[in-house]
Design a protein around this ligand. Structure first.
Ligand SMILES: [Zn+2]
Length: 289
């Protein structure tokens, strides 16, 4: 019993450290979300209140806690801050805990959390400015290529996309391609085709080039198979639900543009963290219909 208590305490300390590290990174993500679309430096100047210009110190910047203790207001001018700052920090802390719990202390966990961070940035910036930053997409694609590389080293040919054709004894070939690269091409191709068709049918741009690039990045992470298909279907269903809810609530009309990046970000998070559960569930729903 006495040995159990220190073990449990150590575990609690460890999980707190993981959560706080994630939340602190979330605090940095808030800076990225604000400054990246404005092309401002991500490190200088130090964080300031956007209303009174007073620079923010340690007490103002403790993730999640500062927001709650200060009642979501600036300590100097009492101006109210958006709860989104706190939500991003909270989500980042939970995402770090989730990656740790699901994948253990591995490179996989780190890459899942990096992808989460980029998708959070995409979610907020696309919502605010209707753009998807290339930097975030490139990092997501990089995560996909690294994960694929680890998989290839571990499982060899089984982790690659293999084209195998035999016409006769003398006429045969097989080609091995990395899943991440094929996924990138398939992802971008699918979204590009939809963008072109949608533009022809509705006579106005429905999907932007940013969406196509993000699809390429997610294709690198998920590969060209069922995972990507499930990802696409989840994003479309989220998009349809959000569009309907917006219309019912009178927040947007038929012709209004709703950015698709945030739905792609949410679907991407679901796949990166819970792909093993989500993919078979989605495919059984759609294939059975
Ligand atoms: Zn202020």
């Amino acid at each position: 019993m006495s040995a159990l208590i220190p073990a449990a305490a150590a575990q609690a300390v460890l999980l707190s450290v993981v959560f706080l590290t994630g939340a602190a990174i979330g605090s940095f993500l808030n800076v990225v979300i604000y400054r990246l679309p404005r092309r401002e430096s991500l490190v200088r100047p130090r964080s300031r209140c956007l209303s009174c210009g007073e620079s923010l110190g340690f007490v103002d910047l403790i993730p999640v806690l500062s927001y709650i203790v200060l009642g979501g207001r600036c300590r100097h001018c009492r101006r109210r801050y958006s709860p989104r700052y706190m939500l991003v920090e909270l989500a980042s802390g939970l995402a770090a805990l989730g990656a740790w719990h699901l994948f253990g202390p591995t490179l996989h966990a780190l890459l899942a959390f990096v992808a989460f961070s980029c998708l959070t940035v995409v979610f907020c910036i696309d919502l605010d400015h209707l753009i998807i930053p290339d930097e975030a997409v490139l990092i997501i694609a990089g995560c996909g290529v690294l994960l694929d590389l680890m998989d290839l080293l571990q499982r060899g040919r089984a982790a690659a996309v293999v084209f195998d054709e035999r016409l006769s004894a003398g006429l045969q070939y097989h080609v091995m391609l990395p899943k991440s690269l094929v996924g990138m091409v398939v992802g971008a191709g699918l979204f590009w085709a939809i963008a072109v068709i949608a533009e022809r049918v509705f006579r106005r741009p429905g999907m932007g080039l940013g969406d196509v690039k993000l699809a390429a990045g997610m294709g690198a992470v998920l590969g060209p198979g069922y995972q990507f298909l499930a990802y696409f279907l989840v994003a479309v269903v989220i998009g349809a639900v959000v569009g309907l809810v917006c219309m019912v609530l009178g927040r947007c009309g038929r012709g209004d543009y709703i950015p698709f990046g945030p739905m792609m970000a949410v679907a991407g998070l679901a796949m990166i963290y819970f792909g093993d559960v989500v993919t078979p569930w989605v495919m059984s729903r759609f294939l059975a219909a």
